[in-house]
Design a protein around this ligand. Structure first.
Ligand code: ADP
Ligand code: MG
Length: 700
């Protein structure tokens, strides 16, 4: 007797050896796992390619015709069976290297067969090696369904005789013996209300669809179910957290904020900035912890919004902290913020890994006495030794650089957890934000300050370098400054450093002193050296900044208006967008030049093309997601997706996701704790899904 939780090695035709391969290669352990190993493609078993149509680009070939002229060629181990395959349109060869005996016994020359396989190039001809062959009459009699599922396996699995057909057979067996035992996963009332397939119907039709319509309905039900449970889980958590975590109430907007607004704010806030500030103020007034993601494209003015929300914290007697991923960025925030706050009597301090022991001790004291109002820094802020008198708000800039565990440490810096705002300039498509950050509130600054000219982006091949140099000289003559960025791959820092060194040499030759001056920043320099070099560039003393990606995030030097990215094909899309965001910050027309070699992979070319075509961060992150595939998102630091996605696709299934979220929201509104008896099925299912997921604990 088998049952859903039976070990697969007890299935007929599997056994311990195959089971081990299936465990390792496909992560299938118990019978139920097979049901969730969904097909990735369906072959229409009633459609045939004619011989004249066959080419090597088709993913598979299925043809009907006569097999004849079967002949053995060669001797001994090299012996093979070759046959002609003919239909009305032409003739091609079939070839078998293995199982020659079996083939000659089981295939009758002159009979009509349906063959199935992949076409390969053989000299100037196309042939099929090791096709499956079945007598045409038998093939057609047997067809219960015209669509046959194809399943993913691996090369290793195939070598162990676990191919798509094997999986299909096993799945067939499971259905014959178990169908009545596959439990429903949604309440009956909901299935009825939404007019969707039952779990059983969906499972049967996803593996053995009778036609395309049934397949579509089955797919819809299973995608809905998957996305629904993700949303239900995240939204329930969010509700829980809101009721669980009380935080400090900021009741008023006082002098710090108002004085800044009246006297120091150098420009009008954009509409989006105002809206987001209002959202933050609402959060702060509730007495519940605010846990908000603040998204805004590069240059949209997040820092200012962060600063103004910190002033609200100060007005209510709290301290605020701001954490950035690099020392350069933290240093720059200090500078910007100090500048903004001139004359307001607010104490701002910096704490980084390179703060000296003595200064650090003084700083610790000033923090605990409340003398410091705003602390800016790097990971150093997280350390247990860093204690505040009364921390009320934490801003985390470019949060994708921090792990969830690091973020959550900031929660413990006061009796109640402080409010948390995480900011990111790597916009996340809405669908993904809903899923990945389904338990955070999201605010979006979707408007750039007025007067910004969008950066002009060009693609240039290495061979065009001289023209690029000429362009650079022209820009420098106009008083502009230029970044040149080299890739840095963590695995081989030395190698990349060499890239930068070689580049530096050629740039120095083309841009000799005293006419030109160059700053260099890379990961191997000491923080003070980096800082010094940055300073020279920031002050406009040096005209060219040669750097590795250490400058990727946040650096703000408005007079730098040209960004040259070397080996641009080696960067990811969001990185390219971040880098480009370093220019276009002043009033001058800015440029971004993406240098690549002639040899570009298809994906590399697509990335470059996307950058040239658009400046819109949301479009870019969508393209990025499409190129990398949503599978890549899971397992990254920022992932909050609680379960593996088995069938849905976050890029394509936006509508179902939105719908699933609405349904989940409705249900939780009426039954927040899911205590109604008709909802007990939800709890059972959630428990089961979470158990199967190891990363659940890291979701913040
Ligand atoms: P990011 O969102 O990338 O962190 P910043 O906060 O660094 O962007 O802002 C980019 C630049 O825009 C800064 O020089 C900032 O002073 C300026 N800025 C911010 N808000 C406005 C505004 N409302 N009007 C004009 N300039 C603004
Ligand atoms: Mg920023």
């Amino acid at each position: 007797m088998i049952d859903l939780q039976s070990d697969i090695k007890f299935l007929p035709g599997v056994g311990p050896k195959k089971a081990k391969i299936i465990n390792e290669e496909l992560q299938i352990f118990v019978v139920e796992d097979f049901l969730y190993h969904f097909p990735y493609r369906y072959i229409d078993r009633t459609k045939y390619h004619t011989v004249s149509e066959i080419n090597t680009f088709l993913p598979y070939i299925q043809s009907k015709g006569i097999i004849k002229n079967m002949r053995l060629i060669g001797q001994g181990r090299k012996q093979r069976m070759v046959a002609d395959f003919t239909d009305d349109t032409g003739t091609m060869e079939l070839c078998w290297f293995k199982g020659v005996q079996w083939i000659s016994k089981n295939i009758t020359s002159g009979k009509e067969y349906v063959i199935f396989g992949k076409a390969t190039k053989f000299g100037s001809k196309v042939n099929i090696v090791h096709p499956e062959a079945e007598e045409a009459s038998k093939h057609e009699n047997k067809l219960a369904s015209s669509l046959e599922a194809t399943y993913h396996t691996s090369d290793k699995a195939k070598k162990g005789y676990v191919n798509s057909k094997t999986i299909l057979k096993i799945t067939e067996y499971i259905f014959k013996n178990l169908e009545t035992k596959i439990p429903e996963t949604l309440p009956a009332y909901l299935i009825k209300e939404l007019k969707i397939f039952s779990h059983n119907e969906a499972m049967r039709n996803i593996h053995f669809p009778k036609d395309n319509l049934l397949l579509k309905q089955a797919t819809y039900r299973l995608k809905f179910e998957e996305l629904f449970y993700i949303q239900l889980s995240l939204l329930k958590e969010k509700k829980n957290r809101k009721t669980k975590f009380r935080s400090y109430k900021f009741e008023l907007v006082g002098n710090y904020f108002n004085n800044f607004f009246k006297n120091n704010l150098p420009f009008e806030l954009t509409g989006a900035q105002k809206r987001v500030l209002k959202e933050l103020r609402n959060d702060f007034g509730t007495g519940k912890q605010s846990n908000r993601l603040l998204q805004g494209d590069v240059g949209s003015g997040k820092t200012l919004v962060a600063l103004m929300s910190m002033l609200i914290a100060l007005d209510n007697g709290f301290q605020a902290a701001m954490m950035a991923p690099t020392e350069i960025l933290a240093g720059q925030h200090l500078e910007t913020i100090t500048d903004f706050l001139k004359g307001l009597n607010i104490n701002v301090a910096l704490l980084t890994g390179s703060t000296k022991t003595k200064a650090r001790r003084e700083l610790h004291e000033a923090l605990e006495s409340g003398e410091i109002h705003i602390l800016i820094g790097t990971h150093a802020l997280i350390e247990d030794k860093v204690k505040f008198k009364n921390l009320g708000l934490v801003i985390i800039d470019e949060q994708h650089r921090f792990g969830v565990a690091q973020r959550s440490k900031m929660w413990k810096k006061n009796t109640l957890p402080p409010h948390i705002i995480v900011m990111t300039a790597t916009p996340i498509p809405r669908t993904l934000a809903m899923t990945v950050y389904g338990d955070l509130d999201v605010s979006v600054i979707d408007e750039l300050p007025p007067g910004r000219k969008s950066v002009k982006t060009y693609h240039a091949y290495d061979s065009q370098r001289l023209r690029v140099f000429k362009f650079m000289k022209k820009q420098i003559a106009l008083g502009r400054q230029i970044y040149i960025v080299y890739p840095l791959i963590q695995e081989s820092e030395n190698f990349d450093y060499k890239d930068l060194e070689d580049g530096l040499e050629s740039i120095s030759r083309a841009f000799p002193p005293p006419e030109y001056s160059i700053s260099v920043v890379h990961g191997r320099m000491k923080p003070e050296e980096k800082q010094k070099s940055m300073q020279l560039f920031a002050k406009g003393i040096t005209k060219i900044m040669i750097a590795t990606t250490v400058i990727e995030v946040g650096v703000n030097i408005p007079n730098a208006s040209v960004m040259i990215i070397e080996s641009a094909e080696r960067f990811g899309l969001s990185q390219l967008h971040q880098l480009r965001g370093r220019v276009g910050r002043g009033n001058d027309q800015s440029y971004c030049i993406l240098m690549t070699s002639y040899k570009l992979s298809a994906d590399g070319r697509k990335r470059i093309q996307t950058m040239v075509e658009t400046n819109d961060g949301f479009k870019i992150s969508e393209a990025d997601l499409r190129l990398r595939g949503p599978g890549d998102i899971r397992g990254t630091q920022q992932s909050g997706i609680p379960f593996d996605l088995k069938i849905s696709n976050l890029v394509q299934d936006t509508e179902i996701l939105q719908y699933a979220r609405n349904v989940a929201t409705d249900i939780l509104e009426n039954d927040p704790k899911l205590t109604e008896s008709r909802h007990s099925i939800f709890n059972t299912r959630l428990k089961k899904l979470r158990r199967g997921n190891k990363n659940w604990s890291v979701v913040s």
